[in-house]
Design a protein. Structure first.
Length: 299
């Protein structure tokens, strides 16, 4: 018996609370009550003899020791999850893959195609988790990743899915009419922003050789391209989105281009996995299938 290791449930409650910044949000994620999570964290602090959070009224914040411990616990929980996936695969209970993905690309491009992979590989289970920023595979329980970058990640093997090519300004026909009627043109309507690409509107105006209106920076910001597209379709303003993501809405007449100019994009979408790992048969099959799907994609 390992007397020095705290209860796994307490560690999970602590990690979720540290990551989400709230006992209530951690309880929701773990399907527990607020009081159960609070008791788990309090018992962990008592066992360690270290204060992990400071509590002021209803707000909590990690102490320095808590922040360091949370990072270490998160790493080990991720590794435990990865080891579990690997054990299931090796035990012959079905081969499994865990892929990190970009949320919008996954929902609009990858997931609709996955039934095709499933039909040819019924024994392979493909799980997807969202990651929007670069990471080290050693610190996360993923077999591979689909991501947006200028080039393939260092220390990985893979290929380019396809180029993003360009960002296109889109809006509803009603908003386009408002642009035409306003003396300031596009400067008279709200500009919708993507949080991970805060400067693209200024780059777009510069690309068109036009002055950027002062009002551009005041528009709302969204975390995902799906949110940005939904906001544009709701008539909330004009958005800059990858052309291939807007193609269906443009063809259906739900959106129209707000202007003739586009913003060229140097980045592309890539798939890769750690170079030091020998890919499993399941990962090799997924890579081969993904190559075929990407080669047939029209951007």
């Amino acid at each position: 018996m390992r007397h020095g290791i705290p209860n796994l449930g307490a560690l999970q409650a602590f990690e979720a609370t540290a990551r989400l910044g709230s006992f209530s949000r951690a309880a929701e994620e773990l399907s527990l009550t607020h009081s159960a999570v609070f008791r788990q964290v309090a018992s962990l602090e008592e066992r360690l003899g270290v204060q992990l959070f400071t509590r002021v009224r209803r707000r909590i914040a990690l102490t320095d020791a808590g922040a360091e411990y949370a990072a270490r616990v998160r790493h080990h929980l991720d590794q435990l999850e990865k080891d579990t996936f690997g054990l299931i695969s090796r035990a012959g209970l079905g081969r499994s893959l865990h892929i990190a993905v970009l949320p919008t690309l996954a929902t609009t491009w990858l997931v609709p195609r996955l039934p095709g992979f499933r039909r040819g590989h019924e024994d392979v289970s493909v799980s997807l988790s969202v990651r929007t920023r670069p990471f080290q595979f050693n610190d996360h329980p993923f077999d591979a990743a689909v991501y947006h970058a200028l080039q393939i990640w260092p220390g990985t093997i893979g290929f380019k899915l396809f180029d993003e090519k360009e960002l296109v300004p889109v809006c509803t026909p009603a908003v386009r009419q408002a642009i035409a009627d306003h003396p300031e043109g596009m400067g008279g309507v709200s500009h919708l922003h993507m949080m991970s690409r805060p400067d693209v509107w200024r780059q777009w105006y510069r690309e068109q050789g036009r002055d950027c209106p002062p009002s551009v920076g005041t528009g709302p910001r969204y975390e995902l391209f799906t949110m940005l597209l939904a906001a544009a379709q709701a008539g909330m303003g004009v958005a800059l989105v990858p052309g291939f993501l807007a193609r269906q809405a443009l063809a259906a007449g739900e959106l129209t281009t707000a202007g003739e100019g586009v913003l060229p994009v140097a980045e592309a979408y890539y798939f890769s996995y750690p170079a030091q790992d020998h890919p499993s048969e399941a990962l090799q099959a997924f890579e081969a299938w993904l190559r075929a799907e990407a080669s047939g994609t029209e951007q």
